[in-house]
Design a protein. Structure first.
Length: 248
């Protein structure tokens, strides 16, 4: 099982640590473990929460002990090492308006990296991003794979309000704010899509393991999509593709 560690987190939770770095390989192991545990339908298993390189497992100690659940996890870890990953992944297209009004830090990101704003947009839309995890608030995406050419430090003083749909950069990460929120990420654009809808049967349609592709749009297209979203007429472009089609 390599460097995998089990760390206690209270009397009814523990953490499975798969490594100490952000990598697609570690993320794959975490997602595989979550899928396998779900399939086992273990009585007493309450919740599993993925992070960049670990996952939290919560359970009911009245139904299953830590020792019993740990043994089941270890058994699955041995079997997982012999499995192969699916060649198909889910790709979600996020139309995004990049400009100074909707992306107040776009110019700063460009100047910080000695680029033009157009070059920042081209680089940001030129990668398909792996969704490592969701956190901070419902639907907030932590994405991996961003080019270091546009890496930029967080704001020294966070904003009190960041609009829903804002696309930001923090260090070497990029992600999206699903709701009105304070935050310290550098905002370079905004999507008109609703990333979190508590009234929907599926409040968040983005999951760990999906891929995000940003599509640059102009203001007219933004307004058009925004209106369709408000009227419930817009269909988010979600499709299954082969891994070889990423970044194509």
């Amino acid at each position: 099982m390599g460097d995998i560690k089990f760390l206690l987190a209270g009397d009814c939770s523990f953490v499975i640590q798969f490594g100490n770095e952000i990598s697609p390989e570690i993320n794959k192991k975490i997602r595989k473990m979550i899928e396998d545990l779900k399939e086992k339908n273990i009585d007493g298993l309450i919740e599993m929460v993925p992070t960049y390189c670990s996952m939290l497992v919560s359970y009911d100690p009245c139904k299953i002990s830590y020792k019993e659940l740990k043994a089941k996890v270890e058994e699955l870890l041995k079997l997982a090492s012999e499995s192969t990953e699916s060649d198909e992944i889910t790709l979600i297209e996020i139309p995004t308006l990049y400009n100074d009004e909707y992306g107040p830090d776009l110019e700063y990101v460009a100047n910080h990296n000695n680029l033009t704003k157009e070059e920042v947009i081209k680089i940001h839309t030129g990668t398909d991003y792996l969704v490592y995890m969701l956190g901070f608030m419902p639907g907030f995406t932590y994405l991996g794979g961003m080019s270091e050419k546009i890496a930029t430090p967080r704001l020294e003083s966070p904003r009190l309000q960041i609009f829903p749909g804002s696309v930001g950069i923090a260090g070497k990460q990029t992600g999206m704010y699903p709701s009105l929120s304070p935050g310290g990420w550098r905002i370079i654009g905004r999507t008109p899509l609703k990333l979190y809808n508590p009234e929907s049967n599926t409040p968040v349609y983005i999951s760990s393991g999906d891929y995000i592709r940003y599509i640059s749009i102009d203001e007219a297209e933004y307004k058009k999509i925004e209106k369709e979203v408000q009227e419930g007429k817009y269909t988010v472009k979600i499709r299954r593709i082969k891994r070889g089609e990423l970044n194509a």
